[in-house]
Design a protein around this ligand. Structure first.
Ligand SMILES: Nc1nc2c(c(=O)[nH]1)N[C@H]1C(S)=C(S)[C@@H](COP(=O)(O)OP(=O)(O)OC[C@H]3O[C@@H](n4cnc5c(N)ncnc54)[C@H](O)[C@@H]3O)O[C@H]1N2
Ligand code: MOO
Length: 403
């Protein structure tokens, strides 16, 4: 099964959570909107000036005309007097346009002497006036249910005066690494041991998606301990994510325990790296078993787990950004699997995109994920792509974390 088919299957099986809560605007960043948001006011709510200068009647101003300044209008402190014929109002950017006036002249095109101001150029009627409702009218939808609240959305929510935001509850995800060889960074390594890197990289990717990560640490290759970790994760979280032990080795217990405590919905995909990826369900949670090789675990988290957690959490499907780029190095492509090689995407002086592999693509080489800024996506049936060929690349997005 190809990754796209696996995604489709998982999407069909996973029903998004329905629980909604209301959070303060200050807490809403990163959350997923549980409702469409409508604007209750016109934007802008009143006609105002786009420039510091003078508010006038356009019919009274041509190059050389002089008017008397009747008063001032500041943002937040409007002009409250009368502005009669032959008069204008000194006005600042964002200040309310006084009643009866229709046009703004920027300060640089005027000469002031006492309360007299002379206009140096002709004007266009209504220039530099931001009309009431010129962006949108009350009742317009401004944000959509399923949208992740980013800085742009926060700005819109604040602009339309929303202080409490309806969002889906945050997902809880239990994460653990398996393997007797895994030691904590900062400790001494004995023969045959390595540092547990996957849990840290995966936690970063999950945290970047605004899920609550319940980190269950490193679980040794022991059937009972793996069972206990599954049970704990299932009790505490909406999804359980494991790294390692999902292949066919003698200490690979993940599939056995998944089968015992829940069900294996599918195992093994035509994806490289990441072939032994497992998807299933436990009594209360979804299960994603990631292969232990470090790059495999990150690639499958990126390509398969993150999209499904966003679906489970109520987020609308995002359109993938796939770009065409010219390959500057030839690549080796094995048979049978769709590959996600790590590349460095750059833009040439003429604006064209080019991509080079990060170097060796073995799935134990974690540095390729840090060197690269994109995946070079090579379809299942493609032969070795050659330098000069056009390939598709998928730039890493913010959900890799740390951006
Ligand atoms: N006979 C076969 N052997 C393997 C196959 C296969 O089809 N037949 N598939 C290979 C592929 S592809 C992958 S990917 C790996 C996945 O194996 P596991 O998920 O069982 O992972 P482990 O055996 O536990 O570990 C693999 C590798 O990764 C290192 N590792 C594990 N966890 C971590 C961690 N938290 N941090 C850093 N590194 C980790 C581990 O030491 C191993 O070197 O199986 C192949 N074998
Ligand atoms: O799928 Mo494994 O991830 O090729 O190393």
């Amino acid at each position: 099964m190809l990754p796209a088919q696996a995604l489709e299957l998982m999407r069909e099986q996973i029903t998004p959570i329905q629980q909604v809560e209301s959070v303060a605007l200050e807490q809403a960043a990163g959350r997923i909107l549980a409702d469409d948001i409508y604007c209750a006011i016109d934007l802008p709510p009143f006609a105002n000036s786009a420039m510091d200068g003078y508010a006038v009647r356009s019919s009274e101003v041509a190059a050389g005309a002089t008017l008397t300044v009747a008063g001032k209008s500041f943002a937040g402190i409007p002009f409250t007097g009368e502005c009669g014929v032959g008069e204008c109002v000194r006005i600042m950017t964002g200040a309310l346009l006084p009643e009866g006036l229709d046009t703004i002249v920027m300060q640089e095109q005027t000469e002031a002497a006492g309360d007299q101001v002379t206009f140096m150029a002709d004007v266009r009627h209504a220039q530099f006036v931001r009309g009431r409702g010129s962006e949108l009218n009350a009742g317009t939808q401004v944000l959509s249910k399923g949208q992740r609240v980013d800085a742009g959305a926060i700005g819109v929510l604040a602009t339309v005066g929303v202080a409490q935001v309806p969002v889906y509850r945050q997902l809880k995800v239990a994460l653990f690494s398996t393997g007797d060889e895994l030691k904590a960074p900062g400790t001494e390594l004995a023969a045959g041991e390595i540092y547990d890197s996957n849990r840290h990289a995966l936690r970063t990717m999950l945290t970047a998606m605004d899920v609550e990560v319940i980190d269950l640490g490193v679980i040794p290759d022991d059937l009972d301990l793996v069972r206990a970790a599954f049970a704990k994760g299932d009790e505490l979280a909406d999804a359980v994510i494991t790294s390692g032990g999902v292949s066919v080795g003698e200490a690979d217990y993940i599939k056995i325990v998944l089968d015992e405590l829940g069900q294996v919905n599918f195992w093994k995909l035509a994806i490289k790296p990441g072939k032994p990826f497992a998807f299933g369900q436990l009594a209360n949670s979804w299960f994603f078993g990631l292969p232990g090789n470090p790059v495999s675990s990150m690639v499958t988290c990126y390509q398969l787990v993150q999209p499904m957690l966003s679906h489970l959490g109520g987020e609308s499907e995002r359109t993938k950004l796939l770009l065409n780029a010219t390959l500057t190095t030839s690549l080796r492509k094995g048979p049978g699997r769709q590959e996600y090689q790590r590349g460095v995407l750059s833009q040439a002086a003429d604006g064209s995109l080019q991509v080079a592999a990060t170097g060796a693509q073995s799935s134990d080489m974690t540095t390729s994920m840090a060197k690269g800024n994109c995946f070079i996506v090579i379809p299942q049936n493609k032969q070795d792509p050659q330098a000069g060929e056009t390939v598709q690349v998928e730039p890493f997005n913010g959900v890799l974390g740390g951006h």
